[in-house]
Design a protein around this ligand. Structure first.
Ligand code: BG6
Length: 501
């Protein structure tokens, strides 16, 4: 177990009656409690406008845990131990006076515990909340108060800058924990272990050996009931600006000097700074968009995006985006990084494929290698959690026949224990004050800077072809063309990995 000092802690969750809390935050805190990661003295105060008693709030949270926790239904005895630390306070985030109620609650707890607690607040509507927290004197002690913020962090570069300015006017950067939940995923953290705890990959991790990189995060879900949010966001803002660029940074970053939060985040910012900034005329060559029409997902007929709840019937919002990025530095000059993401795609799969260059001269006769493929390192983030190195091998028999096979590290076959949910990792890090897996303000701004020319181009020019892919497919044809014009195709893991015949 990580040696951590378990100081008393109070969590204040704004949006306490919201979906994110019942699905992710409280189940994650409950699982941390089960594994004895939470301090002995802790309290979780949910706040929201809905009028609820503590008991009603506890019942709602229990339902959330029973439905969404990776550990399944809560055990009665454990739940009793956890739930006595759960409280609810009605509050209107816009009304400075209503903050007094949970400030009083915190003071009451501190008096009972006989010492000051760490206070961790997880707000969604954070500009007004941050200002009001400050007015109520909750963030005066840099070492004791932390603010954990969910995405979206701004809607464009300007709004992200404004938010950073506002936050850093109230908090020290060391108190601000901007969540990108992809960074908490077990498989994503493992990319760093894989790259920097093994000596064999680094010599092959550059333009001399790598032909191109693909990062593909496809989802099988549509926008569901999030149309209101999504229609003002779109795939580029929702997935590329944050999750996908973070994955790209971890793949492309230089070797950090140590594992400290700022060193790692500095190296990631270096990548963002080295990435090519697109001019308006470049956009059509490097970025394509798509929007789903109705179709079939696993045998069930589904609506098109424009028919979704809270979505404009003539919406120009993209539900699919693919971009070809370049990193203009010594390690990566000339190596394209293709990224794609979309909703209602054929399969849910988040995969990074690093394709190596071909052998300089093949000594085998062409008939021996009909299914010849370049070496590929495939990091599968979800749902399969694995790393595969694709190599050529001789098929057993009297002839020299080559075919590609995988050298596989699969979490399932290697580890018995379940992986923690991203929010468990991230909330524990916020408790202990480790910012490594959180976004620093300059990182967020650098990522916005990079996607702004694409957003501007797409916003200024309505797509005439939307909707341009059917739900349940691999996305629009333009995405195939984007990569095919360079002689490649999008890589996807086969549904099940069959042994070669
Ligand atoms: C969120 C996006 O940040 O990530 C959602 O807002 C998306 O639209 C989700 O569905 C994907 O996360 P995961 O962990 O399910 O891959």
């Amino acid at each position: 177990m990580r040696p951590i000092e378990k100081k008393p802690a109070v969590f204040v969750i704004f949006g306490g009656t919201g979906d994110l809390n019942s699905r992710k935050i409280t189940p994650a805190l409950y699982n941390l409690f089960l594994e004895d990661w939470l301090p002995g003295k802790f309290s979780i105060i949910g706040t929201g406008r809905t009028v609820l008693t503590d008991d009603e709030y506890r019942t709602n949270m229990l339902e959330g845990i029973n439905r969404f926790s990776r550990r399944g239904k809560a055990l009665e005895e454990k739940w009793a131990g956890f739930s006595k630390n759960l409280f609810y306070q009605v509050s209107d985030v816009n009304d400075a006076a209503s903050y007094a109620s949970f400030t009083d609650k915190i003071t009451e707890l501190e008096n009972e515990w006989g010492g000051k607690a760490n206070v961790i607040v997880a707000p969604q509507l954070f500009p007004v909340i941050a200002a009001n927290i400050s007015k109520n004197g909750l963030c005066d002690d840099i070492t004791k108060t932390r603010i954990v913020i969910e995405k979206p962090f701004g809607n464009d570069l300007e709004s992200a800058k404004d938010l950073n300015k506002l936050l850093t006017g109230i908090f020290d950067e060391k108190q601000i924990y901007r969540i990108d939940h992809y960074l908490g995923k077990e498989t994503v953290q493992n990319i760093m272990a894989f790259r920097f705890a093994n000596s064999i990959f680094e010599p092959l991790w550059n333009r001399n050996y790598i032909d191109h990189v693909q990062i593909s995060v496809t989802e099988q879900l549509g926008v569901g009931d999030r149309g209101g949010y999504y229609d003002s966001s779109g795939a580029l803002r929702d997935m590329v600006q944050n999750h996908i660029l973070q994955l790209l940074c971890i793949i492309a970053m230089e070797v950090p000097v140590n594992f400290s939060a700022d060193e790692i985040r500095d190296r990631k910012v270096d990548v963002l700074h080295a990435m090519r900034k697109f001019a308006p005329n470049d956009i059509r060559k490097v970025a394509v968009r798509g929007q789903y029409s109705g179709g079939w997902i696993e045998g069930k007929e589904v609506h098109g995006y424009r028919e979704e709840m809270h979505v404009a019937p003539d919406s120009n919002t993209e539900t699919f985006a693919a971009v070809k990025f370049f990193i203009d530095n010594w390690r990566w000059a000339g190596v394209p990084f293709y990224v794609r993401t979309g909703k209602y795609m054929q399969r849910a799969s988040s995969v990074i494929s690093i394709q190596y260059k071909d052998v300089p001269n093949s000594i085998f006769p062409s008939e021996s290698s009909e299914s010849w493929q370049q070496n590929r390192l495939v990091i599968s983030i979800q749902p399969e959690m694995s790393i595969r190195l694709q190599v050529q091998s001789k098929r057993p028999g009297l002839e020299m026949t080559l075919n590609p096979v995988d050298i596989v590290f699969d979490y399932k076959g290697t580890y018995e224990a379940d992986s923690p949910e991203a929010y468990e990792t991230l909330l524990l890090d916020a408790i202990i004050g480790d910012q490594t897996l959180f976004m620093r303000g300059d990182q967020v701004e650098a990522a916005w800077e990079l996607v702004m020319p694409i957003l501007n181009a797409w916003e200024s020019k309505k797509s005439l072809s939307f909707p341009n892919y059917s739900a349940g497919t691999w996305g629009p044809e333009v995405a195939e063309a984007l990569i095919a014009q360079d002689g490649y195709h999008w890589f996807s893991l086969p549904d099940n990995h069959k042994k070669p015949a």
